[in-house]
Design a protein around this ligand. Structure first.
Ligand SMILES: C[S@@+](CC[C@H](N)C(=O)[O-])C[C@H]1O[C@@H](n2cnc3c(N)ncnc32)[C@H](O)[C@@H]1O
Length: 290
């Protein structure tokens, strides 16, 4: 008797129940995890008003992605307008269909989105304030590229305009670490996967984990150069800005900080500094004044 032919296995029906990861929207998770436009807007307005004696109205958001910041900017004052620039048509479209679609008509009418390179000249009215959030300029890995970007940012500003960006650093920034943080029903994970001391390139990923055990690995990946504050200052001055200031987060007094960790607790208030104590990790705002 010949060998009995094995029954063809019926393809297993995949469970119809979608996991939390299946149902999640990566742009929505990103916005909830790493963007806080209201706090940024309050800080930028405070610095601009102190230096220029008026509130800024016209804002340009470079690397705007989903234009979350631009939308919130226009919501913050009916006289405010925004232009957002980003290379990704897909991300801009998500922003139109979500952030802008959900905004009141008058807000939507004051946000203009441009699909293009932040280093190119765009045919838009100059901004009083330009911002580049979440370290996006670190995509430029050479001095020449970053200088070209800062020149373009400078050229897109009015004659007393201000450029704001953020930078992170510290001893921990060059270590291969994973940082987990609980956000509204999911875990946000920032992974520093690689750092090369020869050229300061760093490869970082954002992952998300959910309560049902599902996850989205490498939802976003960044191949960056980790710049230093003095390098940015020098390039900004070379690009034609007159003055550069660094704003560092104040920390709670030691008795108010968590006694179970060595970590200092930030107050959320940023102050201008020229000298600070070294820290494991830090995040600063840098302002360049035309
Ligand atoms: C880290 S995300 C920033 C998203 C958001 N604006 C934020 O503050 O979190 C970087 C964005 O920069 C865009 N980008 C990268 N290189 C660019 C370039 N040369 N010109 C314009 N946009 C660029 C990407 O498409 C992406 O949307």
């Amino acid at each position: 008797m010949g060998r009995q032919k094995r029954k063809q296995m019926k393809p297993r029906r995949l469970s119809k129940r979608k996991t939390e990861a299946d149902r999640a929207d990566q742009h929505d998770l990103y916005q909830k995890s790493v963007q806080a436009p209201e706090a940024d807007i309050e800080f930028f307005t405070k610095v601009f008003e102190a230096q220029r004696g008026r509130a800024p109205l016209r804002m340009r958001e470079d690397f705007c992605g989903t234009a979350y910041f631009s939308t919130e900017w226009c919501k913050s004052d009916p006289k405010r307008t925004a232009v957002g620039v980003d290379l990704s048509a897909e991300t801009l479209q998500w922003g139109r269909e979500h952030n802008l679609a959900e905004a009141p008509d008058d807000v939507r009418a004051r946000v203009e989105l441009i699909e293009g390179d932040v280093r190119s000249a765009h045919d838009v009215a100059p901004a009083e304030l330009t911002c580049a959030m979440n370290f996006s300029f670190c995509v430029f890995k050479t001095r020449a590229e970053l200088l070209e970007y800062f020149r373009a940012a400078r050229a897109g500003l009015v004659e007393d305009g201000v450029f704001f960006c953020e930078l992170y650093g510290g001893m921990e920034a060059i270590q291969e670490v994973e940082d987990h943080r609980e956000v509204e029903g999911f875990t946000y994970i920032w992974q520093q996967a690689r750092y090369n001391p020869i050229d300061h390139s760093t490869l970082c990923h954002i992952h998300f984990e959910f309560e049902d055990g599902s996850e989205i690995r490498k939802a976003f990946t960044y191949d960056w150069r980790l710049w230093t504050i003095p390098e940015l200052r020098e390039l900004m001055l070379e690009a034609g800005f007159r003055e550069v200031r660094v704003y560092w987060e104040e920390v709670e007094d030691e008795e108010d900080s968590d006694p179970n960790t060595d970590e200092l607790t930030g107050t959320g208030e940023y102050v201008e500094v020229t000298e600070v104590e070294n820290q494991e990790s830090w995040l600063v705002y840098i302002a360049a004044f035309v």
